[in-house]
Design a protein around this ligand. Structure first.
Ligand SMILES: *Cc1c(COP(=O)(O)O)cnc(C)c1O
Length: 418
């Protein structure tokens, strides 16, 4: 096909394909095994993990997670946000502390920090769309306690360099691996590098049970604090023989527990994780190779061998990126700008430093006045890079035809707009 001669679908031409292909991950593969396990839970009327009739699905999936991620402990939780929040609290982060987060991430990363009453400090991302270790270092103050590297869209952050910075400045590391379950960095799973790591099993993630999350750690104290916190201070865990020893003074907690129903679905999904990630990786690699002659600048990958199937490229300017994404979508390819190409602090609540409570930590606290202010232009490099990015969805269900259509559509759009 002479792609340059065809009018773009966005300008009234014929689209490369009529329907966009599925862009989901684990949700697309949800099948008989998930249904069988979930049905078993329902038939036994055993929905609560700590109930007398519990079949132990949550405990089993925690075992599966810690085995597949290589950490000593995994705590299943009700969401990825719950995992970040419990992780921060379990690491001892609190009032007056600063936590360094990337300018580009999902809002939950920042929300967890704010709800822990700590102050988010935004550092730049580089062309990998993950934390730039040098910018992390430049943002460290005497209040910095923790850094949260986010493995955005199935690419591992540069954990080697980031860990060095953390060690040098005595910072704790909480990995946000919500978008990268099954991704590796130098052969090791993301989630096994930090002092703790958060996973999400929300419907859009690599594997899913609708809503769910997990906190991974190899530190028993961190695990135990999170375990008690997520269970109303140890409401059920203190009585079921799960506690290895009594770890001292009690504290009040929340209910962030996972249900047996969710865990039954999740355990079947976990069995599929390796295949999902490797299938998506091969697809993405093949598509990038087919398009390597085009003047597109592909996202840098700190470890390309471990990525989980990310197709993001950068063009000359933000206007062009918007047009490129919209043109691809019109051709029937699921593409566009992740988070509208905007850094997370463009969120109005953050710009105005508003929380659900009227005053107090972190932003309007008299005891720990913060010097942090957020504004457009705060992380100019991230704003520029992310604004020029275009993302194409990759699904484990993509067929050879789907992949061919992606290549055709990108060539067609490039021929018109570049
Ligand atoms: C999805 C996501 C979260 C939060 O997970 P939920 O399960 O939706 O609460 C946190 N961080 C990132 C980067 C995410 O993509």
């Amino acid at each position: 096909m002479n792609v340059a001669a065809d009018r773009l679908a966005i300008d009234g031409g014929t689209p490369v394909r009529e329907n966009s292909y599925p862009r989901g991950r684990g949700i697309e593969l949800l099948g008989d095994e998930e249904i069988r396990r979930a049905t078993g839970v329902l038939e036994a009327r055993a929905l609560f993990r700590y109930g007398f009739t519990s079949q132990g699905h949550v405990t089993a999936v925690e075992g599966g997670l810690s085995k597949s991620f290589g950490t000593s402990h995994a705590l299943a939780l009700s969401s990825g946000t719950a995992a970040l929040y419990s992780g921060l609290l379990a690491l001892g982060v609190g009032e007056g502390d600063e936590v360094i987060v990337p300018a580009v991430t999902f809002t939950a990363t920042v929300g967890a920090v704010v709800m822990a009453r700590a102050v988010p400090v935004f550092a730049e991302v580089d062309e990998s769309l993950t934390l730039d270790p040098e910018s992390v270092e430049a943002n460290i103050t005497e209040r910095t306690r923790t850094v949260i590297p986010v493995h955005l869209d199935n690419v591992a952050a540069d954990m080697g360099a980031l860990s060095e910075v953390a060690v040098r400045h005595d910072l704790l590391v909480l990995e946000d691996a919500a978008q990268a379950a099954g991704v590796r960095y130098r052969g090791k799973p993301v989630g096994s590098f930090g002092n703790a790591a958060a996973l999400s099993f929300q419907q859009g993630k690599n594997i899913t049970c609708g809503e769910g999350g997990a906190l991974l750690t190899s530190n028993w104290d961190v695990h135990d604090r999170a375990l008690r916190f997520h269970d109303q201070g140890g409401q059920f865990t203190t009585f079921t023989g799960r506690r290895e020893h009594n770890s001292g003074a009690p504290f009040i907690g929340m209910n962030l527990r996972m249900t047996e129903l969710a865990a039954a679905v999740l355990s079947a999904q976990l069995d599929r994780l390796g295949d999902i990630v490797s299938t998506c990786r091969s697809r993405a690699q093949a598509i990038r190779a087919e398009l390597s002659d085009l003047p597109l600048s592909w996202r840098r990958m700190p470890d390309p061998d471990g990525e989980g199937g990310s197709l993001i490229f950068f063009v000359e300017d933000a206007k062009l990126a918007v047009r490129f994404g919209a043109a691809l979508a019109a051709e029937g390819i699921p593409a566009g700008q992740m988070y509208d190409g905007e850094p997370v602090y463009f969120n109005r609540a953050l710009l105005e430093q508003r929380t659900v409570w009227e005053d107090g930590c972190p932003f309007s606290c008299k005891q720990h006045p913060t010097t942090q202010h957020y504004y457009r232009g705060l992380c100019p490099r991230s704003e520029d890079i992310f604004g020029r990015s275009v993302i194409i969805g990759v699904s484990p269900l993509m067929t050879d035809q789907d992949a061919e259509d992606v290549v055709t559509a990108v060539r067609k759009v490039a021929a018109h707009v570049l």
